[in-house]
Design a binder for this molecule. Structure first.
Ligand code: NAP
Length: 280
């Protein structure tokens, strides 16, 4: 699996990782096998959160990475309601326990909701000093939030911003991606398949995607993932609880879209004028 530098962190991370939201509703054995297959294929960026299944998903992930922990780039997230200084330290301990590990590679603030960013980042720094997390980042931050965050912790501290990004929702291209690129913050796109609504789009979009996919002997989903990771700053974390889906997603990194392909995809899935931050 191709890797690239993850923001300011100085480490390489796979272009395509794996999400885990709602896997508590899937067949758990199948989910664990799918995650393990993905890890074997090099999709070692594994994204979870204390929110998912109210901790149940972290337990599933813990089982899936047992015996494979050293190869995983493990990310989890603290809920804003827990993100005081003390609350963040405690939430991290609970996540570590559920995940059966002694450290996270990446710890994110799930979204902003009125809590003190100073406290959250002080806790992140503390966790880093004590080896509980290797790096930290944010999620669902718009440019104003990011400016505030950088004013608190300084440059080269925030490894990534995890944000909604799929073909029908490209708003982050207006301001968030350029800002992140300028400040060496990796952009991790979530819900790359629009949360299972991949095909609910304009017929022209679907037709063009199929045509481009066919010309590369790829699938439309692989074409979408290639588009969503076409720049050095962009990573993606599709969720797949079936081995065949994991395998299909993994091969996307081999797909090189031409300038014409990218132009055509942009034409049929237009950017729109909304400049704010999209959230689910
Ligand atoms: P998604 O990745 O856009 O879509 C997941 C759906 O696509 C599942 O139904 C999955 O099916 C299906 N799928 C995956 N690969 C497929 C393939 N090759 N062929 C056909 N179907 C395929 O949805 P998401 O879970 O919302 O987003 C991904 C991850 O981003 C989440 O799991 C989570 O880790 C993260 N996320 C973060 C936030 C945040 O606020 N930071 C918000 C949302 C999501 P199967 O499961 O049946 O394989």
């Amino acid at each position: 699996m191709k890797q690239k530098p993850f923001g300011c962190s100085g480490i390489n991370v796979p272009v395509i990782g794996m999400g885990t939201w709602k896997t508590e509703c899937d067949d758990k054995k199948e989910v664990i096998e799918a995650i393990q297959r993905g890890l074997d294929l090099g999709m070692v960026h594994l994204d979870t959160a204390e929110l998912y299944g109210t901790g149940e998903v972290e337990e599933i992930v813990g089982k899936a990475i047992d015996q494979k922990r050293e190869k995983v780039f493990l990310a989890s997230k603290v809920l804003p309601y827990n993100a005081t200084f003390e609350g963040t330290l405690k939430a991290c301990e609970r996540s570590l326990k559920r995940l059966c590990t002694d450290h996270l590679d990446l710890y994110l603030l799930h979204w902003r909701d009125g809590q003190s960013l100073e406290e959250t980042f002080r806790a992140f720094e503390d966790l880093k000093r004590h080896g509980k997390i290797r790096m930290y980042g944010v999620s669902n931050f718009d440019v104003e939030d990011l400016k505030e965050a950088i004013a608190i912790v300084g440059e080269d501290k925030i490894a990534c911003n995890q944000v909604l990004y799929h073909l029908k929702e490209r708003s982050i291209e207006h301001k968030v991606i350029p800002f992140c690129e300028e400040h060496k913050i990796a952009v991790v796109g979530y819900s790359p398949f629009a949360q299972g609504h991949f095909w609910d789009s304009k017929p022209e979009g679907d037709k063009v995607l199929q045509k481009i996919a066919k010309s590369h002997r790829a699938t439309p989903r692989q074409t979408a993932l290639a588009f969503l990771t076409r720049k050095e700053s962009l990573f993606t974390i599709p969720k797949a609880s079936k081995i065949k889906h994991v395998e299909e997603n993994c091969i996307s990194v081999e797909l090189k879209l031409s300038h014409e392909d990218i132009h055509e995809i942009k034409r049929v899935f237009p950017l729109g004028s909304f400049c704010g931050l999209p959230m689910l």
